[in-house]
Design a binder for this molecule. Structure first.
Ligand code: ASP
Length: 461
């Protein structure tokens, strides 16, 4: 009798495992009609299909092998995975800065759940130090799990609570704050915190990871180490995003909370400053600031927390032939703010004009941003732009659509007075609107263009 487990396997998958007397955690060589694979048999979830056997390869990647293509399986032993990260007490050093890390969830706080096969949020302070002991080189770290959610589940309730906790921690005298967060909506949270937490005397650094820490190519540790270092040592007292910079593990970039955006669904180097250059770069040996127009770290504890948010705000991403009934429906449903992501310099089609006028007349605050992300709304260039402004749609300069959405939600939480909302919207708080976009703030890497190829070859050497 073998002690093999077929946990989660059913049908053909289970039959094949039983046929070769192997099971979950067996270290196997599987011969198939397509070739040979070496790896550990992983458990499967109750909901997964019956046809595949899943192996974790030495590279850390998982492959699914069709059970009916397997011709032979050789077992080289068992390698039961221990996914429990050792908990260790974070050391304290009186001369080191004190940093608080708030966990909200996301991949950075995740490890694989082999029962469901999914990455689940599992944040624990002791686990963090157990897995990334380098953090103790920079600071005394206190951690607090506020949430354990993937970032699509972050919203006003969490933003407000987070802003208030940040205020408390600053007043308690902490030297830096790190926020672990899912990457998908990190730029939304960074933007709203930039408005809710103003005049911070210390760095507030958001960090996440694109790949979970059980994967060999994980960016979790490097991002976290650099974020903690930025919070402990950097002079930039603003809401920042600290994430993987180039395509290899060399350094992280520090982005301003209102000018940053997730730009690739899976690359680790996904966060990019839009319409400007990043604030700086950081690695374990140094912090280089690329510019000097940032708020400096201070020793006082004055911070302004403005935790307001109106949930009845939306982004209207324009597409050709959009029907006006969409706008009418928003007004009917009680939306008080609409941020349009318009085409080119800030346009929508003519049939929308009367609906936008109706919206403005009923007190809805309508702002125009651009889908191109780079560049400014310029509604004086074409007659159509002027018409749209005449309807009462306000151009929002070079505010990114998501940032304008967050700012309008935040502003409408304070007032609905049209002029006051406009004043708040168009007065830059932390570079959400800039005077100009430098030429080197534009994303220029584009394959196949000869001079760019040559440039890339030069850096890769
Ligand atoms: N879906 C995840 C999140 O945003 C992705 C990540 O953390 O990178 O929560």
């Amino acid at each position: 009798m073998t002690s093999t487990l077929t946990q989660g396997y059913r049908g053909e998958g289970k039959k094949t495992l039983e046929q070769f007397s192997v099971g979950v955690w067996s270290d196997v060589e599987v011969e198939t009609q397509q070739g040979r694979f070496r790896g550990i048999v992983l458990p499967r979830s109750e909901t997964s299909d019956e046809k595949h056997i899943v192996l974790k390869l030495a590279t850390g990647y998982n492959v699914g092998i069709k059970a009916n293509t397997v011709t032979n399986v050789i077992e080289h032993g068992k390698r039961v995975a221990n996914y429990k990260i050792p908990e260790k007490k974070f050391p304290y050093h009186p001369n080191k800065p004190n940093v608080t890390l708030f966990g909200t969830g996301g991949t950075i706080a995740s490890r694989l759940d082999y029962r469901s096969g999914a990455v689940i949020p599992a944040f624990s302070p002791g686990e963090l130090y157990g897995s990334v002991p380098e953090l103790a080189d920079y600071c005394n770290l206190t951690t607090e799990k506020l949430y354990g959610v993937f970032s699509e589940n972050m919203g006003p309730e969490q933003y407000i609570a987070l802003a208030k906790r940040i205020g408390d921690e600053i007043r308690n005298g902490v030297d830096g704050i790190v926020i672990g967060h899912g990457t998908d909506t990190m730029h939304h949270t960074a933007a709203v915190l930039s408005f809710m937490v103003q005049n911070s005397p210390i760095p507030i650094v958001m960090v996440g990871s694109q790949r979970s820490s059980d994967r060999p190519s994980s960016d979790a540790a490097i991002n976290l180490i650099n974020a903690v270092k930025a919070a402990a040592e950097s002079d930039i007292a603003e809401v920042l995003v600290c994430m993987f910079g180039p395509t290899s593990d060399q350094y992280c970039l520090l982005h301003r909370g209102t000018r940053v955006r997730k730009m690739h669904s899976s690359y680790r180097s996904t966060f990019r400053t839009i319409g400007d250059i990043p604030l700086g770069q950081i690695d374990t040996t140094r912090i280089d600031c690329f510019r000097d127009d940032y708020n400096r770290r201070r020793t006082d504890r004055e911070v302004t927390i403005l935790p307001t948010f109106d949930e009845k705000v939306t982004i209207l991403y324009y597409y050709p032939n959009m029907m006006p009934d969409i706008v009418d429906a928003m007004v009917e449903k009680g939306y008080r703010g609409i941020v349009i992501a318009g085409t080119g310099l800030g346009h929508v089609n003519k049939p929308l004009y009367p609906a936008l006028k109706r919206a403005v007349d009923q007190g809805v605050h309508v702002y125009m941003t651009v889908q191109t992300l780079w560049g400014y709304v310029q509604m004086y260039v074409y007659e159509t732009g002027r018409k749209i402004m005449e309807l009462g749609v306000v151009p929002a300069a070079n505010m990114l659509p998501e940032v304008a959405f967050m700012k309008l939600s935040w502003a409408l939480g304070q007032t609905t007075d049209r002029e006051e909302v406009k004043r708040i919207m168009l007065t830059p708080i932390c570079d959400e609107i800039t005077q100009r976009e430098p030429y080197n703030g534009y994303l220029v890497f584009q394959g196949a263009v000869p001079e760019v190829q040559q440039f890339i070859r030069g850096i890769k050497r």
